[in-house]
Design a protein around this ligand. Structure first.
Ligand SMILES: [Zn+2]
Length: 277
């Protein structure tokens, strides 16, 4: 009974916090209750004051959000926290308990367990607890594709703003799943899915055409290896054949004549795929 009461109290607190956030500027940045990170370029664009990381000894409003996130995640996974002190303070101060709880989270997610909250931890928190009011879903690694945004290279490539471009509509997700599965059965290669949208499509400095949850970039590179011409053609064929694909932008059509393929010289290192729904 005590336990239930405690969990209930934490939900009430989170509910109040979410309500406050949804009316603030904070919510429009696609963070929706998850502690945000950013860079000076992002801050000057959005008028925010996000840090790229938060760590022991610092004080920041996003640290208060992080502490609520960790408390909530802990309530879902209590057995992982045996012997780890609970976060009791609701202040914006990053105390030792915050660091200890964050390390448990990072270990569980296979991240560098350094107790410093940055873009990789933010992405993992989004994936674990991020709730899109529009019902969008976050792309995760599957048997058939990799979410490049969650790789070290992908995180480094996003150094300018440190945003999480991994959100799509459920039908876009199904479309990706289907194309990637077919591609994998042909080549035993996972597609690398790069930027989709921010949660719920809010403004992004990088991708003005990526605000609808229906647009996603697919790399025609696999790490340092490029797709072969045959693989690029196969991807185009699969995309064209999928009824939910509206168009795909790429620098060549490989002899295919579908109206869905738009040849764009500036799309040599990725396919830009847009779905109908
Ligand atoms: Zn694109």
């Amino acid at each position: 009974m005590k336990m239930r009461k405690k969990v209930f109290a934490s939900f009430v607190l989170t509910g109040v916090m979410m309500a406050a956030l949804s009316t603030s500027a904070f919510a429009q940045y696609g963070t929706n209750g998850i502690a945000a990170v950013g860079t000076s370029a992002l801050n000057s664009k959005w008028g925010t004051n996000f840090q790229s990381t938060y760590s022991l000894g610092q004080t920041h409003a996003q640290i208060g959000v992080l502490k609520e996130n960790l408390k909530k995640w802990r309530s879902y996974n209590p057995s992982l926290f045996t012997g780890v002190q609970a976060i009791t303070s609701t202040s914006n101060y990053f105390d030792q308990a915050t660091k200890d709880n964050l390390i448990v989270f990072q270990k569980a997610k296979g991240l560098t367990a350094d107790g410093i909250y940055g873009a990789a931890s933010r992405n993992a928190m989004h994936a674990s607890m991020g709730v899109s009011p529009k019902g969008w879903v976050r792309i995760a690694n599957t048997s058939y594709y990799i979410n490049y945004n969650d790789t070290k290279a992908g995180l480094a490539a996003d150094a300018a703003y440190k945003l999480d471009h991994s959100w799509v509509t459920t039908s876009t997700k199904s479309t990706l799943d289907s194309i990637a599965k077919s591609f994998y059965s042909a080549y035993s290669k996972k597609l690398e899915i790069n930027d989709a949208s921010l949660m719920d499509g809010y403004d992004t400095p990088e991708h003005a055409t990526h605000m609808d949850g229906k647009s996603v970039d697919v790399r025609n590179k696999f790490g340092t290896t490029a797709m072969t011409a045959a693989q690029e053609k196969k991807f185009l064929e699969l995309a064209v054949a999928n009824p939910n694909v509206k168009e795909v932008l790429f620098y060549k059509n490989h002899g295919l004549t579908s109206a869905k393929i738009k040849v764009r010289a500036d799309h040599a290192d990725h396919f830009h795929l847009t779905t109908v729904n």
